[in-house]
Write a protein that binds this ligand. Structure first.
Ligand SMILES: Nc1ncnc2c1ncn2[C@@H]1O[C@H](COP(=O)(O)OP(=O)(O)OP(=O)(O)O)[C@@H](O)[C@H]1O
Length: 361
């Protein structure tokens, strides 16, 4: 197992990149701690696969270094890096049995036969395929083949890291939940460094201790699911995490108040520096509450039933605004909206601005 450091890293698929836009990965420094369970989350095309392939050695970065602990592996071949990688679609040997597929990485490394037999049995149980060990992979469903790929990724105990690139895409929803649980169990049991790429926030938040969010070729935040929810470092994180995402209102700052574009004032619960650029306040739909006195004017467009609560979709100061309304709470005709001041985040040109005196984690 290893700590993985990306130092001054950047990657462009173009031979002669001339501007930042030419880079699939913009310059970054990032550390994946030894034994961490990370989810790498971001929308399509933000650079997740590129980053994973640089760590595994399938791709050489156009700039910077990759270190496993203190060893520079930037130019080391994939095989030398001792990494297991599971891709979105199954990679199995059709002519081999399930058992031989699972045993392959261990035989390749010359492990003893009885160790291989025991280990294959254990992994087959984890992926729910112990009754199929003697069957040929050919003719199995895509779902079953992907489980074999996952099993092969997990079979070696001595790898530096296991990288998963959207491994559950072809798996049916019930099995998805089960396999995610198994992966977490595997992490607890062996403590491998694991990086799990997904664009599904539920998948990310249930698998990982730390979630790394990428946007437009950059890591914009790494934190616990709670960090991402409470204090998104970038407006993309606010918008991407949560259902629905954070609301944003344009504003200017006057001490401990935000002044919205229509002149209404919002207490922020803390003093802020006056930041340059486009200033917005961000409020989660869960932290806005309905009121008939005080607060801000609210235009209600519609109220949707969302299971255990209702979702009010409306408008504040001319901008779309969503509010989670607890079950049973009425929505009167003259309703207004107020925010919990300590739950408001401030953004300047999409990056979070800390209030004066905030402790840096
Ligand atoms: N082999 C390649 N040649 C040229 N450009 C590429 C190549 N692979 C990826 N790109 C570009 O690099 C950017 C990042 O792609 P990447 O596949 O890393 O994103 P991703 O976050 O993994 O997306 P997805 O979730 O769709 O898999 C995209 O703009 C993509 O078009």
């Amino acid at each position: 197992m290893a700590r993985i450091t990306l130092q001054n890293l950047a990657h462009s698929y173009l031979p002669q990149p001339s501007s930042e836009d030419d880079y699939a990965l913009k310059q970054m420094d990032h550390v994946w701690e030894d034994g961490g369970a990370y989810a790498l989350l971001g929308s399509s095309g933000c650079g997740k696969t590129t980053l994973l392939n640089i760590i595994s050695g399938l791709l050489r970065p156009s700039q910077g270094r990759v270190l496993f602990d203190d060893r520079d592996v930037t130019d080391a071949a994939t095989a030398e890096r001792n990494i297991a990688q599971v891709f979105q679609f199954p990679v199995v040997y059709d002519t081999m049995t399930v058992r031989d597929n699972l045993a392959f990485p261990l035989r390749n490394r010359g492990m003893a036969a009885d160790y291989i037999a025991a280990r294959v049995q254990h992994v087959a149980e984890m992926i729910g395929m112990e009754s199929m060990l003697s069957r040929r992979a050919q003719g199995l469903t895509a779902d079953a083949k992907q489980k074999i790929s996952l099993g092969r990724g997990m079979v070696r105990e001595d790898v530096n890291a296991i990288l998963f690139d959207e491994p559950l895409t072809v798996i049916d929803p019930h099995m998805k939940w089960e396999l995610r649980t198994q992966l977490k169990q595997l992490h607890r049991e062996f403590g491998h460094t694991m990086i799990y790429v997904t664009h599904d926030q539920t998948e990310a938040l249930t698998f990982a201790d730390k979630v790394v969010v990428m946007y437009d070729g950059r890591v914009v935040q790494m934190g616990t699911p709670q960090d991402l929810f409470e204090t998104p470092a970038h407006s993309f994180v606010g918008y991407f995490i949560g259902s629905p995402g954070m609301n944003f209102l344009d504003a200017r700052i006057e001490g401990a108040e935000a002044v919205l574009t229509n002149g209404e004032r919002v207490p922020l619960g803390a003093d802020y520096p006056v930041p340059p650029g486009r200033v917005q306040i961000g409020i989660r739909p869960e932290y806005a509450r309905l009121t008939t006195t005080g607060g801000l004017a609210l235009r209600v467009h519609r109220v949707e039933d969302a299971g255990r609560h209702r979702l009010l979709r409306g408008e504040v100061a001319g901008a779309p605004f969503n509010i989670v309304v607890p079950e049973g709470q009425p929505v009167p005709a003259d309703v207004r909206v107020a925010f919990l001041p300590e739950r408001i985040n401030l953004y300047a040109d999409d990056w979070r601005v800390a209030p004066v005196g905030e402790r840096v984690a």
